[in-house]
Design a protein around this ligand. Structure first.
Ligand SMILES: Cc1cc2nc3c(=O)[nH]c(=O)nc-3n(C[C@H](O)[C@H](O)[C@H](O)COP(=O)(O)OP(=O)(O)OC[C@H]3O[C@@H](n4cnc5c(N)ncnc54)[C@H](O)[C@@H]3O)c2cc1C
Length: 302
């Protein structure tokens, strides 16, 4: 048994950035991560584009714009603290169906796996799949096959799997392709057809083409999605003719109303929830981390 001030359950995009932010504020933080197949951060594109995602006029607009404002500084802080690059780059071009392009100043992209790895560098991370959270006087017991821990406060950031802890969170699967190419295509949003527009961007690991969206817990790529994504690649980046390097599958954590849950757990005293960021976890992570810091600092009702 080890006692900690804060234990973060789940070291994905949200959990690792929450842990980084808490640690920087002086908290004693431990991250427990299950290494789940299908974790969204491994498959995420890394676009930070409120306009591409049509968030203007939605309840997410203020946090999305705040996320965009915070990212340049957060990326620098992460790189300084970890000594690792996160590949933050300004500039997203949106192709219009009528021809021409639009671009919103400040929109940007980054490399989600690098962000998670950099943030994890700054805190202790233990491989463990948490199966139980038991509130007790003065804190919470955290149970996993790998061990038991006691924390004053737990932050539950288990992505789509947060539903196992009494929360209305489930999975929307997204598939994407990484093309084995050093081509410099920037960050490109396709014209709006229906649903969400396809996109392509250059990353350190290749040209990323995304992304499908359907309610499912499946974590293996399927040929139908691959065919659609190859069509997107031909449309958006015809100059990239290299083969598919990796087929990515991630489970986006979603809530019934599409809004993230960042609040004390309704049934577990001492537990703060940070889950349900859907398709915007990278964009919203800075604001979520600041909100969790405020909740933990204020003392979660025990
Ligand atoms: C194809 C695709 C493209 C995307 N593109 C973008 C984009 O361009 N921009 C953007 O802003 N967002 C994007 N997203 C969304 C973004 O990836 C998610 O919103 C974000 O990853 C959610 O972060 P999270 O930490 O809540 O969940 P995850 O990133 O899924 O991390 C959850 C973590 O919790 C761990 N875990 C689960 N259960 C347990 C347990 N019981 N005990 C311990 N650990 C546990 C898992 O191992 C995992 O590491 C995309 C997602 C997908 C799938």
């Amino acid at each position: 048994m080890t006692a900690r001030e804060v234990i973060v359950v789940g070291g994905g995009l949200i959990g690792s950035l929450v842990a980084f932010t808490l640690r920087r504020a002086g908290a004693d933080v431990l991250v427990l991560d299950a290494g789940r197949r299908g974790a969204a951060w491994r498959a995420a594109g890394g676009l930070l584009t409120p306009d591409g995602e049509r968030l203007r006029g939605t309840p997410l607009e203020p946090d999305a714009l705040a996320g965009l404002r915070h990212w340049p500084g957060l990326a620098r802080d992460l790189e300084t603290a970890s000594g690792q690059p996160v590949f933050f780059r300004e500039g997203v071009r949106r192709l219009k169906a009528s021809g021409g392009e639009a671009c919103t100043p400040g929109e940007a992209s980054l490399h989600p796996p690098s962000v998670v790895r950099a943030a994890r560098q700054t805190v202790q991370v233990v491989a463990a799949q948490v199966v139980g959270l038991d509130p007790v006087r003065g804190g919470v017991w955290v149970r996993a096959a790998a061990g038991e821990w006691h924390a004053q406060t737990v932050v539950l950031a288990a992505g789509a799997w947060s539903g196992a802890f009494g929360l209305p969170v489930t999975a929307v699967q997204g598939q994407a392709l990484l093309l084995d190419s050093p081509a410099e295509v920037g960050a490109l949003y396709g014209p709006l057809t229906r649903g969400f527009p396809p996109y392509a961007l250059s990353r350190p690991d290749g040209v990323y083409v995304g992304a499908t969206s359907r309610p499912s817990w499946a974590t293996t790529p399927d040929p139908h999605a691959t065919r659609w994504l190859l069509g997107v690649a031909r449309q958006l980046v015809p100059e990239v003719k290299t083969p598919v390097q990796t087929r990515l599958v991630g489970l986006r954590p979603v809530t019934p109303d599409g809004l993230p849950l960042v609040a004390p757990h309704p049934g577990l005293p001492g537990v703060v929830v940070a889950a349900g960021h859907g398709r915007h976890g990278a964009l919203l992570a800075p604001v979520t981390a600041a909100r969790v810091l405020a909740l933990v600092g204020a003392g979660v009702p025990a």
